[in-house]
Write a protein that binds this ligand. Structure first.
Ligand SMILES: NC(=O)c1ccc[n+]([C@@H]2O[C@H](COP(=O)([O-])OP(=O)(O)OC[C@H]3O[C@@H](n4cnc5c(N)ncnc54)[C@H](OP(=O)(O)O)[C@@H]3O)[C@@H](O)[C@H]2O)c1
Length: 340
């Protein structure tokens, strides 16, 4: 009997067992169980509801210095999570509140509440706070407007266009009066972003024989803003189609995240010089002071039905690693989320 009660109180945790070598595999993760924690004075007990899995987490699985600490072996990775407050010993939170923040891949965890924001399903489905109303939407909006600075009538090219960030970039480009061309990895995806999000033209990079030529064909007046989510050879091809004074927004480089040796690309200096191009990387948190107004703008466009989103929802706590790995195989359309 006591064993049975103990089992009921067990908490599931996913840990990073080994650092991936190339594409991550399920063997790099493990599920363990430990006692469900109890909140101390000033803390809350949280039950995980939705987990965001994101390409950048791959970088944190390397033992390398970066803009954010690497995950430790034997410990639970963390990512954006929506959780329910199950018990509160903190006056700022009540049982039944939902919060959003960077939390561990654990079914239950305690927190002092720092860095957690309350979210309300009255305004939007809870999952939306991990996507369009969260860092995904902010990355798309702030990267495009602060670095891409598109002007009505210009051509925006976006890669990873059927993904979480890319699909929002394309829609914002349309709202701002631009011609938008999206690059994605299947016919199904290219069709969906045309139909659902109003992309003017699309390129399937998996079937295009020559990406430089395919971009030239899809962008007959050249590219003014290239919003890059993938890096590598697609970036090389885009650079060769940029108009004078064009802006390249380096948001992500997923095509390189699993490389054990980064391939040497063509040298870009002369392309940048000849065309007076600017190329700028960013981390969305660079613009943290703009998060409030940006979130308001995104919510307003959603309310006006100008902005919508797609998501791929995978069910089950134990499927978090699978969902994460699937990002690198293009199995998601829109934001990849795990429902617990
Ligand atoms: N700078 C920042 O602050 C910031 C913030 C958020 C995200 N990001 C970056 O933005 C990019 C998109 O993130 P997301 O969350 O929106 O992910 P996502 O695009 O929803 O998911 C990843 C997609 O990337 C594509 N992909 C995978 N491997 C690829 C490859 N080798 N070559 C080309 N495409 C590949 C797949 O789509 P296909 O089927 O089309 O191949 C996949 O569905 C990532 O690089 C991420 O790291 C940056």
């Amino acid at each position: 009997m006591s064993n049975y009660i103990k089992k009921l109180n067990m908490n599931k945790i996913i840990i990073l067992k080994s650092r991936p070598n190339g594409l991550p595999t399920l063997q790099d993760f493990n599920i363990i169980q430990e006692d469900t924690p109890q909140p101390n004075e000033g803390e809350i007990l949280l039950k995980t509801k939705y987990v965001s899995v994101d390409p950048y987490l791959r970088g944190r699985m390397r033992d390398e210095k970066s803009y954010i600490e690497p995950f430790q072996l034997g410990e639970a990775p963390e990512s954006g999570i929506i959780a329910e407050v199950i018990e509160s010993k903190n006056k700022n939170f009540q049982k039944g509140d939902f919060v959003n923040g960077i939390l561990k891949w654990k079914e239950y965890q305690t927190s002092p509440g720092n860095g957690l924001n309350k979210v309300d399903r009255k305004y939007a489905p809870l999952k939306a706070y991990l996507g369009i109303l969260g860092l995904t939407g902010l990355t798309a909006y702030l990267g495009l407007t602060k670095i891409g600075r598109p002007v009505s009538g210009e051509t925006i090219l976006v890669s990873g266009a059927a993904g979480a960030v890319g699909s929002v970039v394309g829609q914002i480009g349309k709202i701002l009066g631009c011609r938008v061309v999206g690059i994605a990895g299947s016919e199904e995806k290219t069709e969906r972003i045309k139909e659902k999000f109003g992309f003017d033209e699309t390129i399937n990079y998996k079937t295009a024989e020559d990406m430089k030529q395919a971009i030239a064909q899809a962008c007959p007046t050249g590219v003014d803003v290239y919003f890059d989510n993938v890096g590598g050879e697609i970036l090389d091809a885009a650079l060769q189609n940029m108009n004078r004074y064009g802006r390249v927004v380096n948001c992500g480089a997923i095509s390189l995240y699993n490389e054990t040796k980064i391939p040497q690309g063509p040298r870009v200096e002369s392309i940048l010089i000849k065309n007076s191009l600017s190329m700028q990387g960013f981390i969305v948190r660079d613009f943290v002071k703009d998060f409030g107004p940006a979130q308001k703008k995104l919510a307003q466009w959603m309310e006006e039905d100008k902005l919508s989103y797609m998501e791929t929802v995978v069910e089950g706590f134990e499927n978090i690693p699978r969902a994460f790995i699937d990002l690198f195989e293009g199995r998601n359309t829109g934001k990849m989320i795990v429902l617990i």
